[in-house]
Design a protein around this ligand. Structure first.
Ligand SMILES: C[S@@+](CC[C@H](N)C(=O)[O-])C[C@H]1O[C@@H](n2cnc3c(N)ncnc32)[C@H](O)[C@@H]1O
Length: 411
């Protein structure tokens, strides 16, 4: 192979970055062949039992296969893949990102870009970071395909595993603030609802933390519009069996939480969680949580579409907000800032924090609110919201009904 060819240079950049520990990630894409071949291969630099390896995820259409490659074999393996199996590759390093592109005729080029990140990820294998997800969590983590048959975190699910762990750490702190971890706490089951629970990763996690780790009576309901997801999560909950955990099909704003026998304690909940619910579904969840008298509300917003078309360009921000990306970030900032202020007006002590490091997911903001005051009493709270909206030219916000204390939020 010609040492100056794009493929040789790409291989050399890869092996150098592994040797110098500037490697961040590797991705091969655009497979040459059709059929049941990997559509992508993703590589991470890991250290397993002290030995450095490239951990590969071979992403097929319907499954992932993982294998670990000794560093000494990377150059030969990569040459084979780029000469016969894949047309494109991306190498991320802490100093430069490198893109290899070849066309159908075999003409190739190498392009470099500013690095996406200047921090190298942890080299430790995920098995070391089990945290709250102890060996007892293996059944449901396997059921949700986060762990493989041997109980190892699937490479493609490492971020999800980290996210569940981090979320449970945060919930542990908040549960202490709510007094739910005291041995003397009431034995009346706590009621939690996870709105827009999707595949149930965090719903099972919440149940695991209270039921299995803290041995605290708990009833957890996951609410999800997609019937197929509700069927599979219920199946898994029954198979474990997960006493006190169930899933229902419904909408965040209106789902009937009837599994709780509402006649006994009304329809109140202790905690309402909604992670990555799209756009104003997060606001529906906040309103629902307030209406249900939740002591704890946790949301992690997803996309933000409501405010952007309404945002004015108040001076002196105008010259900055004429840039689309800055306007988008400001719309997100204003949306989540307003959510926090609405929760404070509703009597909640509110924190806005980063949930997981931004290199793992861009959806990493979390708003956590603990009910501490009589709702809708602090008129200054309402005035703050109105001043903020006026400054940015926001005419309507999905939480505006809360500004009228006579309106009764959804139960
Ligand atoms: C991005 S996923 C997040 C799933 C889960 N909360 C998590 O963080 O892993 C959002 C989920 O919310 C569901 N969803 C969106 N809007 C909803 C609504 N109004 N009511 C109930 N579920 C909703 C979607 O079907 C999807 O499964």
């Amino acid at each position: 192979m010609d040492a100056n060819s794009p493929v040789a240079q790409f291989i050399s950049k890869t092996t150098t970055s592994l040797a110098e520990a500037t490697f961040v990630r590797l991705a091969l894409s655009s497979p040459v062949a059709d059929g049941d071949v990997p559509q992508k291969i993703l590589g991470r630099f890991v250290r397993i039992k002290g030995v450095s390896q490239l951990s590969l995820t071979l992403r097929h259409n319907t499954r992932d296969v993982t294998r670990n490659l000794p560093i000494a074999e990377v150059a030969t393996w990569l040459a084979g893949e780029l000469q016969s199996s894949f047309r494109c590759a991306m190498l991320g390093t802490t100093t430069r990102d490198w893109q290899f592109i070849s066309d159908r005729n075999g003409t190739a080029r190498l392009v470099d870009h500013r690095p996406k990140t200047s921090a190298s990820p942890s080299r430790e294998h995920d098995q070391k970071h089990q945290g709250v997800l102890d060996a007892n969590a293996r059944d449901w983590l396997q059921g949700l395909d986060v762990l493989d048959r041997d109980g190892k975190v699937r490479a493609s699910m490492a971020d999800k595993h980290r996210q569940i762990n981090r979320y449970l750490e945060i919930v542990s702190h908040l549960a202490k603030e709510c007094g739910w971890t005291d041995a003397a706490a009431s034995q009346t089951p706590l009621r939690f609802v996870d709105m827009g629970c999707g595949k149930g990763y965090l719903t099972f996690g919440l149940w695991h933390l209270f039921h299995r780790i803290w041995k605290r009576p708990v009833q957890v309901i996951g609410v999800e519009t997609r019937h197929d997801l509700v069927a599979t999560t219920n199946q898994l909950a029954r198979r474990l069996p997960a006493d006190g955990l169930s899933f229902i099909a419904g909408d965040i704003a209106s789902a009937k939480l009837s599994a709780w026998g509402e006649e006994e304690r009304g329809s109140n909940v202790d905690a309402l969680i909604a992670l990555h619910a799209c756009n104003t579904a997060t606001d529906d969840a906040i309103r629902r949580g307030i209406g249900l008298g939740a002591k704890l509300i946790i949301v992690s917003p997803c996309c933000h579409k409501e405010l952007r078309p309404q945002l004015g360009k108040p001076e002196p921000l105008g010259p900055v907000l004429r840039h689309g990306v800055m306007e988008e970030r400001m719309a997100e900032w204003a949306t989540d800032g307003l959510r926090g202020m609405f929760l404070e007006w509703a009597g909640y002590r509110t924190k806005i924090m980063e949930f997981v490091a931004s290199e793992h997911t861009p959806k990493n903001l979390m708003i956590a609110a603990v009910l501490e005051h009589e709702p809708f009493q602090n008129e200054e709270g309402r005035r703050r919201i109105e001043r903020f909206k006026k400054f940015f030219g926001v005419a309507t916000h999905a939480l505006d009904p809360l500004l009228n204390p006579c309106a009764s939020p959804a139960k």
